[in-house]
Design a protein around this ligand. Structure first.
Ligand code: FES
Length: 571
């Protein structure tokens, strides 16, 4: 242990009136005097909420973390922060990611703690907690809530990813409302987050690949007893991290970010990974750009055969050995010497990892798909870049030239997409505007907009779709997302008109609007933002300060770190 007085002694070690106030009010909650004797004080940052169903088991999970902290000689204090339930929050949970990150940051800094355990689960809870904690930079470890058990419907294994398939089936008349109700009851059958490689699982893999959790954290199902064992071990580990003064900035190095990009490619992670990793890098001052995602995921094959890109579920991933097996396979491409939360290197952590099912996790030599990761396309339609997930796209559409069918905003899309008279065919490109960070506001997951029913009925299963929004990690299709600059900032997307020709060429990394430059300039000169910005509260603050998707959509004044020091006392 390094010879230094711990931060919590700035509260509990005080003499006189101040010390009494800091300690005395805690005693009424049963906190014993030895909690104040200079041992590591650990905060457990809890995103439990009944309105965040994916995190509804976190109060119990926190108890297992506490056992580990106490066993290792620390003292735990659990505290709540804003929870972000992906399925319930309007207009989108992403609008509040930065608000939750502010809550996390200020809650950690203002309180007597030496280290933090971050309880993360549903999509945005992971980046929000990591971003907030990174701006304080205490020793911190992530415990994920774990995925749900696989759902069932009429003998088939299903998951939340099937919502989109079922919905298209109902719209095209292949599934009745009664059948939908049966499916609805079978999709989410246990505690935990979505059971596919959606955004929550992607985020859980991201933190493990960054070295912010213990090995194996990503895949253990929420109801599995081993999730409790991992929570307990993480509680013990954070005490050791405080003793070793191993902070987030020691782990979140450029090498760790490159590792995370490559691991994300190998597991077929969600496109939301891009935006959240950029935001985290911005907090710790690591230089990371959109093109890094393209560069570092090139040549990384798909090793995990998981829905929505593949066949299996997170439960199967765990039984096959989980993320340590993927990392072990990928070691030739990784910085194996990057240090992780437990003080061991990436390579040391996975040295003994064993794969049990190569139908779920393939060896590096025989991958499921030689293409994976994220492609970043640029051109006059996305000067700052846009992303596409090749493994979720239709190969025949990766090079495509088509006429734009433009929806001016989400209301326009909803009003017209089912219209039998909509002028659209399978070669059209659907364009949706004003669903970016500023525009919607909050950048919702509407980029994989449903196809027109009249084409679905003809058997069309995919079309090129372009927007400044995001796509659910459980979604799929040839979908160009995160177009930046966004429409609400007057980007070229804002002036695309019905019938314009657009060229997508993923091989060439091109997204081009075939309209003469002079015409584009004239349309831009005449452009006025049709959206009315908010005038009060958090949403106004957000719209004034949110940065583009290519910078992670963080608030400009939240980039960077303010450290953990608090210079003034409260009384
Ligand atoms: Fe919470 Fe999918 S809705 S992880």
């Amino acid at each position: 242990m390094k010879d230094k007085t711990l931060r919590s002694q700035g509260w509990f070690g005080k003499k006189g009136k101040d010390g009494i106030i800091y300690r005395s009010w805690l005693r009424k909650s049963g906190v014993p005097s030895h909690a104040f004797d200079g041992r590591p004080v650990i905060g457990i940052c809890n995103t439990w909420s009944e309105l965040t169903p994916c995190n509804s088991h976190f109060r119990e999970l926190a108890e297992w973390v506490k056992k580990g902290i106490l066993e290792a000689g620390g003292y735990p204090f659990e505290f709540p922060v804003m929870s972000l339930g992906e399925t319930q929050m309007k207009p989108t949970a992403m609008l509040y990611r930065n608000l939750a990150a502010m809550d996390v940051e200020e809650s950690i800094r203002a309180n007597p703690m030496d280290g933090v355990v971050l309880l993360c689960g549903c999509d945005k809870t992971t980046p929000a907690l990591v971003m907030g904690a990174a701006s304080v930079d205490l020793p911190s470890i992530v415990v994920s809530g774990g995925p749900m058990l696989t759902g069932h419907y009429r003998g088939q294994r299903i998951s939340t990813s099937d919502v989109w398939r079922f919905s298209e089936a109902q719209r095209s008349g292949q599934m009745t409302e009664a059948e939908m109700e049966v499916a609805e009851a079978g999709i989410c059958r246990s505690d935990g987050h979505c059971a596919v490689m959606g955004t929550a699982s992607t985020m859980a893999c991201m933190v493990e690949a960054l070295g912010l959790s213990l090995p194996g954290n990503a895949a253990i199902p929420a109801p599995d007893g081993n999730r409790k064992v991992l929570a307990r071990a993480s509680g013990a580990e954070i005490v050791r991290m405080v003793q070793a003064d191993r902070k987030l900035s020691d782990l979140l190095t450029r090498e760790a970010f490159e590792n995370a990009i490559r691991v994300n490619a190998a597991v077929g992670g969600s496109t939301n990974f891009v935006i959240h990793l950029l935001a985290i890098a911005g907090r710790v001052g690591v230089s990371l750009e959109m093109d890094d995602f393209d560069q570092f995921s090139r040549g990384i094959p798909l090793l995990a055969n998981l829905q929505p890109s593949g066949d299996h579920f997170m439960e199967d991933f765990y039984y096959a050995g989980g993320l340590p097996v993927v990392i072990r396979e990928l070691l030739p491409h990784l910085h194996g010497d990057a240090v992780t939360a437990n003080g061991k290197t990436v390579a040391e952590n996975v040295g003994a990892a064993e794969g049990y099912n190569d139908q779920v996790i393939a060896p590096l030599q025989t991958p499921f798909n030689p293409i994976s990761g994220v492609a970043v396309v640029r051109g006059n339609l996305s000067e700052n870049g846009a992303v596409l997930k090749p493994s979720a796209a239709t190969p025949g559409l990766m090079k495509h030239r088509g006429k734009a069918v433009v929806f001016e905003d989400i209301d326009d899309y909803k009003a017209r997409i089912d219209d039998p008279d909509l002028e659209v065919d399978a070669s059209s490109i659907l364009v949706l505007k004003y669903v970016g960070p500023k525009g919607y506001p909050g950048m919702p997951e509407v980029g994989n907009m449903g196809l027109p029913p009249k084409l679905l009925e003809k058997g069309v299963t995919d079309m090129v779709r372009i927007s400044d929004g995001r796509m659910s990690g459980t979604g799929f299709g040839t979908v160009v997302l995160h177009v930046s600059p966004e429409a609400a900032e007057g980007g070229t997307l804002a002036i695309v008109q019905n019938g314009d020709t657009i060229v997508l060429d993923v091989e060439q990394r091109l997204l081009h609007l075939e309209v003469p430059e002079a015409e584009i300039a004239a349309r831009k000169a005449a452009w006025k933002n049709p959206e009315t910005p908010a005038t009060r509260g958090y949403v106004a603050l957000y719209q004034q300060h949110v940065q583009g998707a290519h910078l992670g959509a963080d608030l400009d004044f939240l980039r960077g770190s303010s450290g953990s020091e608090v210079t003034r006392d409260s009384h």
